[in-house]
Design a protein around this ligand. Structure first.
Ligand code: BES
Ligand code: MN
Ligand code: MN
Length: 448
């Protein structure tokens, strides 16, 4: 065991160099102009896995982005572990806001900055490190599955899972795409919120009108839309849509200053909603307006706007049904139109929340591997974000135990400017995974 820890430390510099090469590839699947980059990141991922000792490596595609499947067959009687990560990344956003170029990996203060440095190219790095630490020959079967369209909602994942079900079948599934409690305390993610979004269009006029000639008599659509959006929350910032589900979060909480330090909340700006921080993040629904299409200020004239649209994103607490939540939101929007404005709701993406029964021999093995690697036991953590495809894995492989791990920490700023990976977390996550593979190969915990 001490050996394995030492071997992870030995292979880490090479893993870090490979991670940097991955970060240099702009694998933004959401941007069609960069699909070739996503093919490049799949090709590099496949090469790195093959060099790490996987003898069977496939690049597969089922109508969407290329994914990589690499296999090390299970020794006789040993379980097979599927290790998941995604090689696509979020768009970089406003480059001028980054402190270093988004696709040029840069180390500052023990963190490696760059788009995808944590979400989720670090997941690939951890799988490489675990395989290399075992000298390419771990005592369990290992299948690495690296998807290429997670940040776009994994639309073809279902097709990939069914087309390659035989290649992907496993006893244990490790999804390395989540968070840790902090850079010093690990976490196993045991619940995730679901997701449902829609576009609401508000129309009040069949064409724009001179705002002096008609203002004050007929409503403009943007004012109507803003009033409609304002009905989604009460004065305290709690969601005010009827029929949404609220659960109960685990009995842990964040310190009093955690939100302010982690979010960049401006001085004097209040938090919204009632209940503890983890209750609000893990167990309550949330509604956010994530975009508006209307006349820009640059193009604004004294005209009553006839029609405006907003995209609304809702998180669904575990225990709730994402489709029922979307229906409840739609009913709310349709029944709260101010001044008789015409409201049209176009449904968007839906992903179910997920709660894991985090017990049994695989969880015991994982908790002790994490405790050894980090020096402290992992927190069972809920997650405000969503990994909708976990439900698809669970349906396809109902007998597999699913572990949700990850290399992010609260300072990562995934999806935002200056995304970064804490290098100490990378090492501890890699040691944890290497130890877990060793432990699952030693007893029969993987075969349940
Ligand atoms: N890795 C994240 C999920 C996540 C976010 C885990 C924060 C832990 C902390 C994943 O890549 C992601 O961004 N998921 C999307 C899902 C969507 C694109 C369907 C999300 O949560 O918005
Ligand atoms: Mn991710
Ligand atoms: Mn993400």
């Amino acid at each position: 065991m001490a050996d394995l820890v030492a071997r992870v430390r030995e292979v880490l510099p090479s893993v870090r160099a490979d991670l940097e090469d991955l970060i240099r590839i702009q694998s933004v699947w959401a941007d069609p102009a960069r699909h070739s980059e996503v093919h490049r990141s799949a090709a590099l991922t496949a090469k790195l896995l093959s060099d790490a000792g996987f003898r069977e490596v496939h690049i597969v595609q089922e109508g969407g982005a290329p994914a990589v499947i690499a296999r090390h067959p299970a020794p006789e009687g040993a379980p097979t572990v599927l290790l998941y990560a995604h090689h696509d990344v979020q768009p970089e956003g406003d480059v001028t806001q980054w402190d270093s170029a988004p696709f040029e990996p840069t180390e500052r203060d023990g963190r490696l900055y760059g788009r995808g440095s944590a979400d989720d190219k670090a997941g690939i790095a951890v799988h490489l490190a675990a395989m290399r630490a075992h000298g390419g020959n771990p005592p369990v079967g290992v299948t690495v599955f690296v998807e290429g369209e997670e940040e776009s909602g994994s639309p073809s994942l279902g097709a990939l899972l069914s087309a390659h079900k035989d290649l992907l079948a496993a006893d244990v599934i490790v999804i390395a795409d989540s968070d840790n409690w902090s850079t010093e305390i690990p976490a196993l993610t045991v619940s995730l919120r679901g997701l449902a979004d829609c576009v609401v269009e508000v129309a009040t006029l069949d064409h724009g009108l001179h705002s002096g000639l008609w203002g004050g008599v007929v409503p403009d659509a943007l004012s109507a839309l803003v009033r409609l959006l304002a009905t989604l929350h009460d004065d305290d910032g709690n969601v005010a849509v009827e029929g949404l589900y609220e659960g109960t979060a685990a009995d842990v909480d964040r310190g009093p200053d955690w939100v302010a330090t982690e979010t960049g909340l401006l001085d004097g700006v209040q938090q919204i909603g009632s209940g503890s921080v983890v209750q609000r993040l893990w167990a309550k629904p949330a509604i956010t307006v994530i975009g508006i299409d209307t006349t820009s200020i640059a193009k604004a004239s004294n005209t009553l706007i006839p029609c405006a649209r907003a995209k609304i994103s809702m998180r669904v607490a575990p225990g709730g049904d994402a489709l029922a939540h979307l229906a409840a939101l739609t009913r709310h929007l349709e029944s709260h139109a101010p001044w008789g404005a015409k409201v049209t709701v176009t449904p968007g993406d839906v992903g179910q929340p997920y709660a894991i029964e985090a017990s049994g021999p695989v969880y015991d093995a994982a908790r002790s591997a994490f405790a050894q690697a980090w020096g402290t036991v992992p927190v069972d953590m809920g997650m405000g974000g969503s990994i909708p495809f976990i439900a698809e894995f669970a349906e396809t492989f109902p007998d597999a135990t699913i572990l949700v791990t990850g290399v992010e920490d609260p300072g990562t700023q995934a999806h935002s400017i200056n995304e970064s990976l804490h290098l100490g977390v990378l090492e501890k996550a890699a040691v944890s995974e290497a130890l877990l593979l060793g432990a699952l190969g030693q007893n029969d915990s993987g075969s349940r």
